[in-house]
Design a protein around this ligand. Structure first.
Ligand SMILES: C[S@@+](CC[C@H](N)C(=O)[O-])C[C@H]1O[C@@H](n2cnc3c(N)ncnc32)[C@H](O)[C@@H]1O
Length: 251
């Protein structure tokens, strides 16, 4: 007996897969899964995200900044499981049924990371069918979320990693969070960021990626949100379980 199906984890959550002409299973690690501490058989900080969504029974889950879609997969899986567990009822269709939706907001313009789901037949779209907004998070806020008055139950911020970018995402989208909603911000472990080795020709970009670590320092003294920093860099061995996840709930 097992709590999780590791073969499913490997084939769908932490890898994309296809069968080659010789009938062999070919696995391709989901982009940026390592930043979540995920491996073939392990979900890293995705397990925390899964648990938080299950705990608050989050229906509207939004991921700003998506890369290969690791966190959106977890969001959809948690919602589908809530239906199988008979917590959610009704039509279990991934995105337009009664079990809520997973919304991806990603500029997908090569700035701050790469995506692999813009094609209709991409692995992510075929198997997890998220709603996809290919736009900057700022424009999506005004022209999608505000216009439809969407309230978000679970928000993951992992888009523009500059200080100004992460601050703007938080300040805009936190106004849309429902009563018991949760926000997580990724890449918030300062020690991890400061010790990461970056190829010389990419240093310019990377140096502006310290926004999350700077912003959460500032958030510590805010009066509206409780903040918990989860990090485990340099504990026990080198199998880090996240580049830092900060969890926020309303006071
Ligand atoms: C490191 S990836 C995120 C990884 C992801 N959360 C996951 O589940 O593995 C960063 C993403 O942010 C996106 N991005 C950067 N700036 C953005 C902006 N202003 N608005 C929306 N997306 C942005 C990039 O296109 C990239 O896909």
């Amino acid at each position: 007996m097992e709590l999780f199906n590791k073969e499913y984890t490997k084939q769908y959550l932490t890898n994309n897969h296809h069968i080659n002409e010789n009938g062999e299973l070919i696995l391709e690690p989901v982009k940026y899964r390592w930043t979540h501490g995920a491996t073939d058989l392990h979900l890293g900080d995705g397990l925390l995200v899964y648990s938080l969504i299950q705990f608050i029974r989050a229906k509207i889950c939004v991921c700003i900044g998506t890369g290969g879609g690791f966190i959106p997969r977890i969001m959809t899986q948690a919602r589908k499981d809530l239906w199988e567990q008979k917590i959610f009822k009704g039509n279990p269709q991934n995105e337009w049924g009664d079990i809520g939706t997973t919304i991806i907001v990603d500029a997908s313009n090569g700035i701050g990371g790469f995506t692999d789901w813009t094609e209709e037949n991409s692995f992510l779209r075929q198997h997890f069918t998220p709603q996809i907004i290919i736009e900057t998070s700022e424009r999506a806020f005004y022209d999608y979320f505000v216009r439809q008055d969407i309230k978000i139950n679970y928000l993951h911020i992992d888009g523009d990693h500059s200080y100004e970018g992460v601050k703007k995402d938080f300040e805009l989208y936190s106004t849309l969070i429902s009563e018991n909603g949760i926000i997580t911000i990724h890449d918030t472990d300062k020690q991890y960021h400061n010790t990461f080795l970056v190829p010389d020709n990419q240093k310019g970009d990377f140096n502006t990626f310290d926004g999350p670590t700077k912003f959460i320092k500032e958030l510590e003294s805010n009066t509206e949100w409780n903040l918990v920093n989860l990090k485990n860099f340099i504990m026990f061995d080198k199998k880090v379980s996240s580049t830092g996840l900060t969890l926020l709930t309303r006071k």
